[in-house]
Design a protein around this ligand. Structure first.
Ligand code: UT7
Length: 324
């Protein structure tokens, strides 16, 4: 008998303001056509003035708890993946705890930029397998609109805001790959690629939040290679092959990266959840958002095998194999 971290609830929140590509044409030398063809993005949501990462995370968490039919105090741990916290500290996790009215358990943040949700899932899985927690709320929540340089057309048209939340609960499994829950995790990072994607400010340097800087094209070339490799490694750890995959739930940065990775994995695009057209790149929120959309549309159903994969600043990248 094996303990497994099984998904029992998923939910998401998107801020009300939707910004179509054409809006950027008013202030930048760009076009809807360039953004669509180079990235696959058509629109994104931006948080309202005063709307914070933790507020969005609480909305998503409530939806996930409702699906899992749990109350906030049933949760042992809250793990939030974010690079855009409300404040330098305390953690968004503890703010979510307060926002939900939780009076027990523990909460913290994980920062692995766009790979954050994968890292948070790995953390939650570890907490459950080691007996530290039985029920964990895993959240990806971001307000990347706050760290955009609105004069840099090569970045500001790509990102969006939002939050997604997943409830994982300890369940008994057989130890085989037909168990529901997280079957394997593969994490990687390489700090020598720091300059490919970073924010040019921070507490111990400028004392400001800074703006996002990205070398898009070199990163693009790293992404497909590394994402396909980590997905393959995660499947191998679960003793599964690409033919077993029902859905790839990828980080939603660029449709061409999503397509290139699926092709390299030997999985058809009909088995990929794609939301990049509607959300843009929401960093750590993008996988739980895509997962939530896939479940709410009835495409992802219990028993199906999912591979989630992501890469971002660090570089940090990884994949999780999970049976829904
Ligand atoms: O979430 C973390 C992971 N993030 C990623 O993985 C992002 C990876 N990178 C990408 O998605 C793509 O590299 C981009 C979408 C950022 C760019 O696509 P690209 O095909 O790599 O284009 P490029 O950077 O090579 O730029 C091509 C041209 C350049 O002009 P020149 O030098 O050829 O004259 C850019 O200046 O497109 C120009 N350009 C734009 N033109 C119109 C850059 N941004 C824009 C824009 N509108 N918004």
């Amino acid at each position: 008998m094996t303990v497994r971290a099984v998904a029992t609830g998923i939910g998401h929140y998107l801020p009300a303001r939707v910004v179509e590509n054409s809006e950027f044409e008013k202030t930048l030398d760009t076009s809807d056509e360039w953004i669509r063809t180079r990235s696959g993005i058509e629109r994104r949501h931006f948080a309202a003035e005063g709307e914070t990462t933790s507020q969005m995370a609480v909305h998503a968490a409530k939806a996930a708890l409702a699906m899992a039919e749990l109350r906030p105090d049933d949760i042992d741990a809250v793990i939030v993946a974010t690079s855009t916290p409300d404040l330098t500290f305390p953690s968004v996790g503890t703010m979510v705890q307060a926002g939900l009215g939780m009076t027990r358990g523990f909460a913290y943040d994980v920062q692995a930029v766009c790979a954050g949700f994968i890292y948070a899932l790995a953390n939650a899985n570890g907490m459950i397998l080691s007996g530290q927690a039985e029920r964990v709320l895993v959240i990806g929540a971001e307000t990347f609109s706050r760290i955009m340089d609105w004069e840099d057309r090569s970045t500001c048209v790509l990102f969006g805001d939002g939050a997604g939340a997943l409830v994982l609960e300890a369940r008994t499994g057989s130890g085989h790959s037909d168990d529901r829950g997280i079957l394997s995790v593969d994490l990687n990072s390489d700090g020598q690629y720091r300059d490919m994607l970073y924010v040019d400010g921070g507490v111990s340097t400028s004392g400001t939040a800074g703006k996002l800087r990205m070398q898009g094209n070199p990163l693009f070339r790293q992404a497909v290679e590394k994402l396909a490799a980590t997905a393959h490694k995660a499947l191998e750890k679960a003793n599964l092959g690409a033919e077993s995959v029902d859905w790839i739930v990828p980080h939603q940065a660029n449709i061409r990266i999503i397509q290139g990775t699926a092709k390299k994995m030997g999985v058809g695009m009909e088995k990929v959840i794609v939301t990049v057209q509607d959300h843009g790149n929401t960093s750590a929120a993008s996988i739980p958002l895509a997962l939530s959309v896939g479940v709410s549309e009835g495409r992802i159903t219990p028993g199906q095998l999912l591979v989630a994969e992501a890469i971002g600043g660090g570089l940090a990248w990884g994949a999780v194999v999970l049976r829904w």
